[in-house]
Structure formats: C-alpha cells, structure tokens
Design a protein around this ligand. Structure first.
Ligand SMILES: *[C@@H]1O[C@H](CO)[C@@H](O)[C@H](O)[C@H]1NC(C)=O
Ligand SMILES: *[C@@H]1O[C@H](CO)[C@@H](O)[C@H](O)[C@H]1NC(C)=O
Ligand SMILES: *[C@@H]1O[C@H](CO)[C@@H](O)[C@H](O)[C@H]1NC(C)=O
Ligand SMILES: *[C@@H]1O[C@H](CO)[C@@H](O)[C@H](O)[C@H]1NC(C)=O
Length: 398
C-alpha cells in the first residue's frame, strides 16, 4: 500500500490514505495517528477521520509535528477538525490539546503538501458520555422562582443593599453543573441573578493554557425592565459590564485599560466556548459566547448593566450578512489596539453599516433597542446608551 501511495504522490495526485490510518471511529475512546506514523507521513496526502461515538469527544495530541504556519495560517500541512460546521485547523507543533467538540459527530481532515515531510501525530480521543457537559443553562423567568439566590437577591434589592467590593474566590471546586442564572421582574425592575459559573464546559481547549479558573461570584443586578436609550455614548470600564444567560459575565472589548483589544491580544487564552477567567477567577466573555449561541442565531444571551438585552450575532433582514459594526480598521496597526479602528459616523448615518458605537441596534419588533455581538471588531459592547447604569452587586459582604 505504501509504495502505491508513494507512486501516486510522485505523480502529483492527491492520495487517499489507507483505512488503517484514516478511519471511522465508533468506539467510545481510542487513539489515531497520521498516515505512516511513527515514520514520516507522505507528501500530497489527503484523508479524513470520522468520530461517530454518539457523544461529543475530547481530542488530545501529545505528539504533533506538521509543517509550520505560512502567513499566520495553517496552509502547508494541516489537521482540520470539523465540529458541526465549525472548522479548527492545527499545524506546526501545536496540536489539539483538550479539544472539546460540541457535536457528537466530528470529522477531521489531514492534508500534506508536495514539500517537506514530518512525523505527524499520535492522538487520543475520548467520548464525553455525560452529555450534560454541553448543555447550557436555560434562562428562567418567573416571579415565583424557588431559588435561594433569587430570594437573597430580592431581599437585598428590597432593602436597598448592594455590596460592590471586589474579592477573589479562587481555589474553589465547582463544575458547570453548579451554574446558576435567573431573572425575575418586580414591577418595573428586572432582577438578574447569577453565580458566575458558566453552564457549559470551561477552561478547556485553549491555545495557551489559562492559569486562572472559574469560581463562584454570586451577584445580582437590578435593571429597568424598559430601559431608556439616551443620546450619549458612554464607554465601559474594565470588569463585569453585563450578565450572560450562561451564568457568567460580559466584559468590554479590552484586555488592558490602555486599549489593547482582548480578542486579538489575549484570544489564545479563550477556551472552546470563547471565554476565560481573570485573576479574581471571574469567568467572562469578550466575544459571542459560542457554546450558548451560534453565529447569526440572534439568541438572547444576557443583559447589560443599563438593562438592555444582548443578542448573539444576527443576520440583516435583507440577506445573509451579519448586522455590521461601523468601526473600521483605519490601517494604522495590526488591529490589536483600539487606536487601529475608527467609528465611521458617515457610514452609520448612510446605513452602510448597522450598529452604533455601543454595538446597539433597534429591531423593528418587540425587541426594540438591544446590543448585538459582531463576528469582528469590536466583537462585544464597548459602552452603552442607556440612561441608568446598575451596579453588579454581590450577595454577601466581602
Ligand atoms: C474529506 O473531507 C473533506 C472536507 O470535509 C471533503 O471535502 C472530502 O470530500 C472528504 N474526502 C473524502 C475522501 O471523504
Ligand atoms: C501513541 O501513543 C501512545 C501513548 O500515548 C502509545 O501507547 C502508542 O503506542 C502510540 N502509538 C503509536 C502507533 O506509536
Ligand atoms: C485611527 O483611529 C484612531 C482612533 O479612532 C484615530 O485617533 C486616528 O486618527 C485614526 N487614524 C487614521 C489614519 O484615520
Ligand atoms: C466611511 O464609510 C464610507 C462608506 O459608507 C466611505 O466612503 C468612507 O471612505 C469611510 N470613511 C473613512 C474615513 O474611511
């Protein structure tokens, strides 16, 4: 078989590899390798792996050596995982490490080019048989919610108490199963309660491991049910600026107060659900929470401190494009700093783009004014237009 492949490769044709190497895997766990492993893989190979265990899987490749990136991308030789349509490419010496799929049918493609051969990979996969690992917390909206957190929050709100002093709760032992998120409406106020633990897997699959972890931060915010939009844009500061329906926090678009953009400058520490924890062990997002809402799904994913709702990225009425930000790269840098972008007021006024300076948008239906995630800069809300800004209050004094 090997010699047939080598002949085909030398003729420049794409070669499918032997089933022994690129196969369909239905066992709950196992290992898989690049073709010809532990010897070097052949040139001009193309072959597919299918993992059909009936469950989401975790992939680990402790041994992984392909050709390096070219122009920042995996284009020479690569191993690309297709998880329900989301492609993640690996190359160089950085292979999948605790890669967690959301779907239960995962395919992957290995491709080599006509040049340099490397030793390839030796990987394992394991099914996540407890499927609750990928379930998300469903927003619960009721005035009779029997939740201790909600009862405490309502009591604090009624007694006009808000504890805001910062604390670290690191060193906890919790899982996504401990996630809590509730909202309730009391007259014209909406109480949003969460414990800071996301209802999905977290802190796995980062490109660069995050030294911080998610720990509980039991909080509430009391926001207007019908927030009023003012005419003035106000930028958000650092730290929590909203609460997601997953139970975790939204932060602004920055990783530093001096203007570094989080997605570009620290995106390597984001996990498979696009979040990470800060040094106080507060788990948060700087972009669309990918495990609770797909791109374009326009799902309600939380509330901001001014009371307006937040939706995941949405499609325009007219077509398949996403609602677009009016911030434009002004060519002064690599996009890693806010100074590399300018809000184009003319384009906004002309309707050439859709979202205001706070990523706000006025829907023509009941949703009214709301904030929207964008799939590119600024990704998340940089500020707000509401006329009142609620504090995020802890349920206990520090
Ligand atoms: C392998 O997967 C790729 C991408 O999904 C697909 O285009 C190709 O047809 C597949 N090849 C085989 C041999 O199944
Ligand atoms: C792959 O690595 C595992 C250890 O993680 C080892 O037991 C196995 O023999 C390796 N497979 C090959 C084909 O080298
Ligand atoms: C780029 O944007 C920044 C911040 O918006 C602005 O200060 C700067 O003048 C802009 N540069 C150009 C060339 O437009
Ligand atoms: C703003 O956007 C318009 C298109 O709506 C474009 O013609 C114009 O060049 C942009 N302005 C700047 C400063 O890039």
């Amino acid at each position: 078989m090997a010699s047939i492949m080598l002949i085909a490769a030398s003729l420049g044709a794409w070669v499918s590899c032997a089933a022994a190497y690129c196969d369909t895997y239905t066992a709950l766990s196992g290992e898989f390798q690049s073709p010809n492993y532990p010897s070097k893989y052949w040139n001009s190979m193309r072959c597919n792996y299918t993992f059909d265990t009936g469950y989401p899987i975790i992939i680990n490749c402790p041994e992984f050596v392909l050709q390096s990136r070219k122009g920042g991308l995996c284009k020479r030789d690569y191993f690309t995982i297709n998880d329900a349509g989301t492609l993640t490419a690996f190359c160089g010496t950085t292979g999948p490490s605790n890669y967690v799929s959301t779907g239960s049918l995962v395919t992957a493609e290995f491709k080599s080019n006509k040049k340099i051969r490397k030793y390839g990979f030796n990987c394992t996969y394991e099914s996540i048989v407890d499927t609750t690992t990928v379930e998300t917390t469903t927003p619960q909206e009721t005035t009779t919610q029997a939740s201790a957190l909600l009862t405490t929050a309502t009591g604090l709100y009624n007694s006009n108490t808000c504890y805001t002093s910062q604390r670290s709760t690191c060193g906890c032992s919790v899982t996504y199963d401990d996630s809590e998120f509730y909202t309730t409406v009391l007259g014209d106020v909406r109480i949003v309660v969460a414990n800071g633990i996301p209802g999905h897997v977290y802190e796995v699959g980062q490109e660069n491991a995050n030294p911080n972890n998610a720990c509980p931060h039991e909080v509430y915010m009391a926001v207007p049910v019908n927030p009023v939009k003012g005419n003035t844009y106000v930028a958000y500061g650092m730290g929590p600026v909203g609460i997601a329906t997953s139970g975790a926090f939204f932060y602004n678009h920055l990783s530093t107060p001096s203007g570094d953009t989080a997605v570009i400058s620290e995106g390597e520490s984001f996990d498979t659900c696009s979040g990470h924890s800060d040094m106080f062990c507060r788990y948060h997002y700087h972009m669309r929470p990918s495990c609770i809402a797909e791109a374009g799904s326009c799902t309600l994913v939380g509330y901001m401190r001014d009371g307006f709702s937040v939706y995941s990225s949405c499609l325009r009425d007219s077509g398949s494009d996403y609602l677009r930000s009016c911030y434009q790269d002004n060519g002064t840098g690599d996009g890693s700093h806010t100074s590399h972008y300018t809000f184009n007021q003319t384009a906004y006024d002309n309707g050439d783009c859709d979202l205001d300076m706070a990523n706000g948008y006025t829907f023509s239906d009941d949703r009214g004014y709301a904030y929207i995630f964008t799939e590119d800069y600024p990704f998340i809300m940089t500020g707000y237009y509401g006329t009142e800004l609620a504090d995020i209050c802890y349920l206990e004094d520090a």
